[in-house]
Design a protein around this ligand. Structure first.
Ligand code: GFP
Length: 842
């Protein structure tokens, strides 16, 4: 009974840097998961429920059951996870570190079932216990840790990396509240906090023992080190801890499970017991609240200075945690940090994580004793930067004042990086001080600020755009000076989407049809969809294809009816526009088309029998501080309501705007769509990824020559795509000439009628003032030239109608869209990143 001897007291280990020290037990456990049978699954489920949650099946709630089901499924992934990690540790190679402030993951359960191929077993096991499998699945609140395309892209990328067995790790923030839940009150957006963690979080693994300390504020000073060298150091004023939460990222049925590591902020000090005992409870927890705010909400409103500061804190917080985490890993294997680039390439997903660059310099110099030149040598090989925008205002800048106050040591490092960089520029372009000013990492006007995109471009091995056209414009228009200096730094990687979630999970019937037709394996080799091409003319196949589409529409109708109380007509073309609400994406252009169609019908300008019935569906959230976007939402809802109440049109058109568009809803909407609206002003949408998801699910696109639309059209063929609108050079030329939207209004009767009707108050209960913000903006500003593209858009919509009437022709085009869109798999994107950026052959 040796264990009865006195126990060793627990050593008090508060967090210093990383407290994590692995112990070295003698044996490695054989890792086996639960048995892959219905009984095995049912038993594992009951174990979870009884012994983990401490609840008897008879007494359990739906939430208990959902949580136990989730934990059971993850139990099957666990062995693969441990094995993958061990394999990577045994054979360390260069890894990809994806640094992203957003991961719009979507629900985890379906994806995990798919990855483990356990869906049928799980369903039967639940049935055998008398439980409703689908009801349990429906309990999951999706982790909405992202705003839109950028965050969803990150989620697709980590899925592909796992499915391709690429050693990689995703780093980000575990926001306590993700993107807000949208509701409508009298047609206006109201934001409700997204309490996605409220029912428990079965998919995450917190590791408070691996906490990392992150410093902020204070000053810097010079000191003499042990070797008599003068060195700078940071004397921070306050700190927080970052607690890692691990998420499994399962590959598609390949036994690989990678890790997503999201950081949560905690106060370094527990609450102040003395103050608490004195009765001042608010003050006692002040430090705690302050620290925890850092990971409280996704993108706090940044229209206030406090909001902006919090956002910079978030960015530095997760990046500092992640770099420390990774460097500690490499030190575990005694790796020489001057060769760190042989172990990692950090991909900067937009400018949000760019503060990682000076942080890496600081770590190497101040904490690992490297000299500037050596630190720069390695830092400038460890990062690559992806830009996701073309809007100059979307490139982040941080005021020097704020940066100095929050991260004084980083500011010094940024100054020095800039100094050396500007020397390079002056050498390459002697006497060109204007160019120097344009390229400087520090902008002088309107306030002194750090240009994060410039910093990323200076330090990054590569800079890429996210579609061919975007990468071209990025190089030639957004960062032309940098391209002149370093032409080879610029490259393109066209975005992609994971076929696992967006075809296999979202569209099971289409998946079955595809597999029945070309055999399995296309889920990880999407170019194989080409083999469907010959079936575009096969009567049996196209008939099944149409049935699948109809089944998906029926499913959507029933979901919208239950979820939102929206009743859609049974037979109508389903015309869908889902994406963030932003003026450049031009939801207003779509609205003008709807109003124009309504006007044509109600005024008798078209014969009713000539109208192709349409159901228009919108899905979009507006940033809480974005006034115009919210006005547009209100106007869309107003038009929808008026149309629904007007018996003259209800058999011919309907507008649905289900609230709270998210990944879960996308998975139901996209497979049902006939027409995909991708109508941004040319040169403004970097890529789009929704456009790819629709094409892959057999919707035809009506779109401008913008972002990845260009590549979609090239691949699916002109005749299977409805192109409209100005080309990017035409947009630029019009802007140069001076754009006056009212001249389009004056000269185009259809446009004038639509705008007049909108302005008249017809859709807003007779109150003209309610429509005025949007209408006036269109007439007098229209920054994204909706009016200039209106006629061309209407003409294209007429072509859509004609094409839709030809049922066989339309189906053929839809099949060809699927067959020719295999290029848009995020697996292909990952290949391109590997070949062009992360591990180039040369
Ligand atoms: C942004 C860009 C899109 C692009 C994605 C991913 O997404 O054009 O496809 O990033 O690269 F704008 P959103 O924030 O617009 O959704």
């Amino acid at each position: 009974a040796g264990w009865l001897a006195d126990e060793t007291p627990r050593l008090d280990s508060s967090v210093k840097g990383s407290a994590f020290e692995p112990t070295s037990p003698r044996a490695t456990e054989p890792v086996v998961g639960p048995e892959r049978t219905v009984d095995g699954f049912a038993k594992a489920f009951l174990d979870e429920l009884n012994f983990e949650a401490g609840v008897a099946l008879k007494r359990s709630t739906t939430t208990d059951q959902y949580l136990a089901l989730a934990r059971t499924i993850r139990g099957y992934l666990m062995a693969d996870w441990l094995r993958t990690a061990e394999r990577r540790r045994q054979n360390p190679t260069k890894m990809v570190g994806y640094l992203s402030a957003e991961y719009l993951l979507g629900r985890q359960m379906g994806n995990s079932l798919l990855a483990t191929d356990l869906g049928d077993i799980a369903e039967q096991a639940m049935t055998s216990l008398g439980l409703d499998f689908n009801l349990l699945r429906a309990q999951e609140i999706e982790p909405g840790l992202g705003n839109g395309g950028l965050g969803r892209l990150a989620a697709c990328f980590i899925d592909s990396l796992a499915s391709m067995d690429v050693p990689s790790i995703g780093y980000g923030i575990r926001y306590e509240y993700g993107i807000f839940r949208q509701t409508f009150e009298e047609g206006r957006q109201v934001e409700v906090p997204d309490a996605w963690l409220s029912l428990g979080a079965p998919w995450e693994f917190p590791h408070p023992d691996r906490a990392v300390q992150v410093n902020f504020g204070g000053t810097t000073e010079q000191y003499i080190d042990g070797d008599g060298r003068t060195r700078p150091r940071w004397l921070p004023a306050w700190n927080v801890q970052g607690i890692p939460y691990h998420y499994m990222v399962p590959g598609y049925q390949n036994g690989v499970v990678n890790t997503l590591r999201l950081w949560s902020a905690r106060a370094t000090q527990e609450f102040d017991l003395e103050i608490f005992n004195s009765g001042d409870y608010a003050e006692a927890v002040r430090a705690q609240t302050f620290a925890e705010n850092i990971s409280k909400v996704l993108y706090p409103e940044d229209s206030t200075p406090q909001g902006r500061e919090l956002r910079l804190q978030q960015q530095y917080f997760f990046v500092a945690c992640s770099l420390k985490d990774f460097i500690d890993r490499t030190l575990e294997e005694d790796f020489d940090l001057t060769r760190l680039d042989e172990r990692i390439i950090f991909q900067l997903n937009d400018t949000h994580p760019v503060i990682a660059i000076p942080e890496m310099m600081r770590l190497l110099m101040d904490e690992h004793d490297m000299e500037w030149a050596a630190a720069w040598e390695v830092t400038s090989k460890c990062f690559a930067y992806t830009c996701h925008t073309l809007l100059p205002e979307a490139l982040e800048v941080w005021p020097v004042e704020l940066m100095t106050r929050l991260l004084p040591r980083h500011m010094e490092i940024i100054y020095r990086i800039n100094e050396e960089f500007l020397d390079t520029v002056r050498e390459a372009f002697p006497g060109d001080e204007l160019r120097v000013r344009r390229m400087s990492v520090i902008q002088e006007h309107p306030e002194r600020a750090v240009r994060m995109a410039n910093l990323a471009t200076v330090a990054g091995v590569k800079v890429n755009g996210v579609a061919a056209l975007h990468s071209e414009l990025l190089r030639d228009k957004l960062l032309p000076d940098f391209a002149a200096l370093w032409p080879n730094k610029f490259t393109n990687v066209t975005n992609g989407v994971t076929p696992r979630r967006f075809i296999r999970l979202a569209n099971q019937q289409l998946s079955t049809l595809i597999t029945d037709t070309i055999g399995p394996g296309w889920e990880t080799d999407l170019e194989r969809l080409r083999e469907l091409e010959p079936y575009a003319d096969d009567a049996a196949f196209t008939e099944s294809f149409r049935q699948v589409k109809q089944a998906n529409k029926d499913r959507l109708r029933s979901i919208l009816s239950q979820r939102d109380g929206i009743e859609l007509p049974e037979h109508a073309m389903l015309d869908v526009m889902v994406k963030r609400l932003h003026e450049y994406k031009r939801q207003t252009l779509k609205l003008l088309h709807i109003v124009s169609m309504y006007d044509d019908i109600t005024s008798g300008r078209v014969r009713r029998e000539d109208v192709v019935p349409r159901t228009f569906v919108f899905g979009a959230k507006a940033a809480p501080g974005y006034f115009m976007a919210k006005e547009i939402i209100f106007l869309i809802n107003s038009v929808a309501k008026t149309i629904a109440q007007d018996p003259r049109v209800t058999d011919l058109m309907a507008v649905a705007f289900p609230a709270n568009y998210n990944v879960t809803l996308a998975n139901k909407l996209i497979p049902a769509a006939d027409l995909s609206e991708q109508i941004s002003l040319a040169g403004k949408e970097a890529s789009g990824t929704g456009n790819m998801k629709f094409a892959l699910n057999g919707a035809l696109t009506i779109g401008t020559d913008d972002g990845a639309n260009v590549e979609i059209r090239e691949l699916v063929g002109d005749e299977n795509f409805f192109l409209f609108g100005m080309l990017e050079p035409e947009v630029a030329a019009l802007a140069d000439r001076g754009y006056t939207p009212s001249s389009f209004y004056e000269s185009n009767p259809a446009l004038k009628r639509a705008i007049d009707l909108l302005a008249s108050g017809h859709f807003t209960g007779g109150d003209r003032s309610l429509a005025a913000p949007v209408v006036d903006d269109l007439l007098y500003k229209d920054r994204f030239m909706a009016l200039a593209d209106f006629q061309s858009y209407l003409d294209a919509q007429a072509r859509v109608d004609a094409a839709y009437r030809d049922v066989d022709g339309w189906t053929r085009s839809a099949v060809l869209n699927v067959a020719r869109s295999g290029f848009f798999s995020s697996d292909r994107s990952m290949r391109d990143y590997l070949d062009r950026i992360w591990m180039p052959k040369s």
